[in-house]
Design a binder for this molecule. Sequence first.
Ligand SMILES: [Zn+2]
Length: 396
Amino acid sequence: MTRILRALSTKYFTRVLAEFVPLSHTQILDTFRKLFLRERPASRRAFFVKTFRIKYGAYNPFRIKYGGVLYGGVPPLLAAALWLFFCVFASQAQNAPQRSVALTFDDLPMTVIGNDHIAGDLKTTREVNQKILKQLAEHHATAIGFVNEIKLNVQGERDARAAILEDWLNAGLLLGNHGYQHLEFKDVSLETYEDELIKGEPITNALLEKHNLKQRYFRHPYLDTGGTAEKKQGFETFLTAHNYRIAPVTIQNEDWMFNASYAKARKDNDKAAIERIRQAYLDHTRDQLGYSEKLSRDSFNREIPQVMLMHDDIITAEQLSAVLSLLEQRGYHFISLDEAMADPVYSTADNYTGSDGFSWLDRWQLALGKPLHPAEPEPPKWAQEQYDAITAPQSK
Ligand SMILES: [Zn+2]
């Protein structure tokens, strides 16, 4: 009985229910488990007998006997209605889209607003990462974090900062290389950019090795793949020689942009602004998911395993759970980058040689013989303006 309930709860019931109620799949599952499975092991029998026998047992000809336990049945009409209900649920669950996404976080150990090349303060960095890891665990989500090692090289804090990265590995997550100091490829030579990768390796690689893992993924800062065919090709050859794969991105929600105004509103303790930004951020995330799902169907006649980019920042630390619930409500389950990239779609050529940070779904249009026409939903204008205003003084 427990097995059947568990199978129903995970396979159909909660996923379908998640379509109709404002709760995530995980929340429903937790409630369900609390009610039926985990919290009442001793009284499970009593619970069923009480629930069904007391209500219907007196006049019910059907009794279910399972494992020596007599469960009160339900009246035939109600049983028929329940069965019909279940069939509808099951068929709907089969029609519900089965989607998957690999979660990736850039700029570990933390994004600093207005300067992508420096370390943030240790206390905030610690808090941000703890919150992110907690929410990932609550949603049983795996992820990979891409590191800028310059942010570990702070006098007197090196061990503490490396420990933050190790928390990711202890949580069963993976780490990748995001260049030493987050340089933009178009601004530097191929040789400098190659040095950036090598310089960005030692601490992360040592930590990975300690956990019997290997460094395998490079994420381009600003998703800038070089700006010329020569540089792009040159770096790809270099990556192959060093056993790296490029970590592509197929969903981005511009969390870095919302992060600036969100962090300011939080500092000012402006609750109305926090709520407004949060809503706009989630709306934009929803729009971007719709965009990537549609582009995937239009390009490959199916929904591919997606790779989503977010950043190790304050808005992620505070709103990740809402983003993950949003994904769950749309039928996504969380997979590793390895699993996503095992899909043959990730062998599609990226023939884009410019330096803009387009998603790979956009880039692949060229290989499919279509024009590159990125039409991603834009964040609201005010979010862009506030980002510019907040970050302008620091970047000078
Ligand atoms: Zn970055």
